[in-house]
Ligand binder design. Structure first.
Ligand code: HEM
Ligand code: HEM
Length: 226
């Protein structure tokens, strides 16, 4: 018998696919440069909003979206690799995948923050550039271009390769779960709450995160108006 379990609530799924589209568009606009930099910045602010939302959702979201349900540890990873993982560690992100999820979220956050103070020396600067010395801005721009973008590209390629590996070798369609939300499991497991109330909470939280990002960006504009 198989049990249907809601693993990814709708807010987590929307977060994921919006994030993926924005990150691809950020790489494209980053390389296009020039007039596309305005869009690069807007997409970056959207990613910051998504990341802030995900940070809060990691504490108040659906069961399997909460960080404590997939915090990786060496013991969990080694049990997973030996094939003796606790059944709870096979429902949401597995202990190995969890490490890559945290790495992607952190790398993206650092990329947005360095972008906020960077300068392309061709007329475009991040909104918070004026608050840092030019030496700091140069360091941030260097990280953004020479380290951050490659780290993110490598993590995303690894991520997609892992998803394909699970599909081809392990016959597990993780993408289907990230689209539909549900997984069929051999034993009953907790479901992530995903109803009108939790979706409304997610919407309000996203609005609050967007407001916070808009305020942060406006700090740069206010400073330049003075
Ligand atoms: C720039 C592109 C991408 C980024 C930045 C990205 C990032 C992420 C992040 C942060 C998570 C964790 C979700 C959460 O707990 O909130 C995740 C999960 C996931 N992503 Fe992506 N992703 C990208 C592209 C893709 C693509 C193209 C696919 C499909 C081929 C995909 C399939 C998945 C799946 C299936 C999961 C769930 C994995 C699991 O069951 O543990 N992602 N991704
Ligand atoms: C996750 C978010 C981001 C990603 C993935 C990203 C990615 C990139 C990429 C791939 C480039 C081209 C690098 C190159 O030419 O070698 C770039 C350049 C740049 N990005 Fe971002 N970026 C992000 C966020 C931001 C944000 C929020 C801002 C500022 C609002 C920003 C400001 C810049 C600037 C100023 C450059 C040009 C640097 C130069 O050519 O000297 N980025 N970014």
């Amino acid at each position: 018998m198989a049990y249907r379990v809601r693993v990814w609530d709708l807010p987590t799924r929307l977060f994921h696919w919006l994030l993926a589209v924005c990150v691809v568009a950020l790489v494209v606009t980053g390389y296009t440069g020039g007039g596309a930099m305005e869009w690069h910045a807007r997409l970056g602010y959207t990613v910051l909003t998504l990341l802030l939302f995900r940070l809060v959702w990691g504490f108040v979201g659906g069961h399997w979206s909460r960080f404590r349900s997939f915090l990786p540890s060496p013991a969990k990873v080694s049990a997973y690799l030996r094939g003796s993982a606790h059944p709870d560690h096979l429902v949401g992100h597995n202990p190995l995948g969890a490490g890559s999820v945290f790495a992607m979220l952190l790398a993206l956050l650092v990329q947005v923050l360095t972008g906020m103070v960077s300068d392309d020396d061709a007329g475009f600067t991040g909104p918070l550039n004026r608050f840092v010395s030019s030496a700091r801005s140069d360091q941030a721009t260097w990280y953004h271009k020479a380290v951050g973008q490659w780290l993110i590209i490598a993590l995303v390629l690894l991520h997609v390769a892992a998803v394909v590996y699970y599909l081809k070798r392990k016959r597990q369609n993780l993408v289907h779960t990230m689209v539909i939300g549900d997984k069929m499991l051999p034993a009953p497991a907790a479901s992530s709450r995903d109803d009108l109330v939790t979706r409304a909470i997610a919407l309000v939280l996203t609005g609050a995160c967007a407001g916070l990002v808009a305020w942060l960006v406006s700090l740069g504009n206010l400073a330049s108006a003075q």
